[in-house]
Design a protein around this ligand. Structure first.
Ligand code: FAD
Length: 437
């Protein structure tokens, strides 16, 4: 028998557990650890609450969690409650699937002013992440800005622009829907350092902006290269650009009070304000020979009392695990960090790709593990038993999959009409539901 610890219960963790189970059958036990009693990582805390069909991927993960060789051990923060070195003593291999929970910094003056927040905080706030329940983003001004030209920037802009009714059927948390309903924001400017051809936005997410109840997209046709240039793009990108071109050709709907303004070739230089964010000073850019953004020296101001930076994420370093500062992930070669220690998903590759991109990652690393300790080989490691006694000596009470089910049932029972669940937004509330507080 072999014993594996997968740290992190997001997509990468679950795909890895699934792959290990396929490779080893009943000749391995796999424990999926997570810092929270609730699984699924960014499926719960990242993917937008109004994109419920995407969240349904967790049904596949449930199957893995319910299978005989896999256990979920929640409420255990690795690096805090137990070290990676201790896990390596207890298990044959440890696979870090801890994701990239921190927003990348803008690195410009003024970014620490109140009103400037990272997308991980804002997204966590509307998705019920316990760390951001008290974020209280400033929504009393009329102008907001989102910095970044990827799907996360689109999510943030869309959430700021929707009406209460448009959240029907979503699992946005109550504190967020109430605050957004009372929001005064009428203009959300989406700033990108380069042009339309360089966006990392997918057609479905862009297309949605053309059908919002109270908001219209606004795009300047002057930002586009000649239409023939679109032929060189790959089909998905070409579709995205054609949607943007349609937006540019359609005057904003005067009956809709809100605007989502795409400001391309715009490089934020600094954020200014009297004790809080009031505006971004931006430099106009142009593309250089290599397709990068080159400043033109022309500057202007974008008013915004809420500024969300959506320019990427980085993993949280864990003691004893080599870390790649530039890439914001663990140092690894094809998923291998060191002997018996591996990384998958965003912790391995950095924050890019879709949920499905994490599947081949998990399978590749499971292959590496199986090559190093072939199915049928065995060891006498203490695994879960040893882990639980170590945690108990430290006063840490792990939770299991049945506990998660109990939390889920309670969240479902508490849901407002039409919504799949009302998430608990505090760690304590999860534990209270389990009678552990
Ligand atoms: C805002 C946002 C929206 C997105 N929307 C989409 C979308 O619509 N469609 C799509 O395909 N993809 C989307 N993605 C991308 C997708 O969410 C990621 O590809 C995927 O979640 C990465 O999986 P992961 O398992 O590597 O990390 P995560 O999903 O982040 O999972 C990491 C897990 O590790 C746990 N963990 C972290 N540190 C520790 C620790 N020290 N000890 C124990 N546990 C720990 C966390 O609690 C978490 O459960 C989105 C991403 C973001 C940020």
């Amino acid at each position: 028998m072999r014993h594996f610890a997968v740290v992190g219960s997001g997509p990468a963790g679950f795909y890895t557990a699934e792959a290990l189970e396929k490779a080893y059958g009943d000749r391995a036990r796999i424990d999926i650890l997570d810092r929270y009693p609730v699984p699924y990582g960014l499926i719960r805390f990242g993917v937008a609450p109004d994109h419920q069909s995407l969240k349904a991927v967790s049904k596949r993960y449930d199957k893995t969690a319910e299978s005989a060789g896999v256990d979920f051990i929640g409420n255990v923060a690795v690096g805090h409650d137990v070290s990676v070195a201790e896990l390596l003593d207890l298990y044959d291999a440890v696979i870090l699937a801890v994701g990239s929970p921190h927003s990348r910094k803008l690195g410009i003056p003024g970014e620490d002013l109140p009103g400037v927040i990272g997308s991980s905080e804002f997204v966590g706030w509307y998705n019920g992440h316990p760390d951001y329940a008290d974020l209280d983003p400033p929504l009393s001004g009329t102008h907001a800005a989102v910095i970044g030209n990827g799907n996360v920037a689109l999510d943030c802009a869309r959430i700021l622009s929707k009406t209460r009714g448009e959240f029907d059927g979503s699992d946005i948390v109550n504190h967020a829907i109430d605050a957004l309903d009372a929001s005064a924001i009428r203009t959300v400017t989406i700033l990108g350092r380069r042009g339309p051809h360089q966006i990392a936005m997918t057609p479905k997410e862009l297309g949605e902006l053309g059908h919002l109840d109270a908001a219209s997209p606004q795009v300047d046709i002057a930002d586009f290269p000649p239409v023939e240039a679109d032929d060189a793009l790959e089909p998905g990108q070409r579709k995205s650009i054609s949607i943007l071109r349609e937006f540019a050709a359609t005057p904003p709907d005067a009956a809709k009070p809100k605007r989502m303004v795409f400001d391309f070739f715009a490089k934020p230089l600094r954020i200014e304000g009297d004790g809080k964010a009031e505006k971004i000073v931006v430099e106009r850019t142009e593309l250089d020979e290599k397709g990068g953004a080159r400043g033109t020296g022309e500057t202007y101001e974008v008013p915004a009392s809420l500024i969300i930076s959506a320019i990427g994420y980085s993993s949280a370093p864990i003691e004893g695990v080599p870390y790649d500062d530039r890439g914001g992930k663990f140092l690894n070669e094809g998923g291998r960090i060191a002997d018996r220690l591996y990384a998958v998903g965003w912790a391995r590759r950095g924050p890019s790709g879709t949920i499905g991109t994490n599947r081949p990652d998990g399978y590749e690393v499971a292959d590496l593990v199986a090559a190093a300790m072939p199915p049928g080989s065995s060891s006498d490691r203490q695994a879960a038993e040893g882990l639980k006694s170590l945690l108990s000596s430290r006063g840490v009470m792990p939770t299991d999959y049945d506990d998660w089910r109990k939390i889920e049932e309670t969240e479902t029972a508490n849901a407002r009409p039409g919504s799949p669940r009302e998430k608990f937004v505090r760690h304590d509330h999860w534990l209270e539901t389990l009678g552990r507080k």
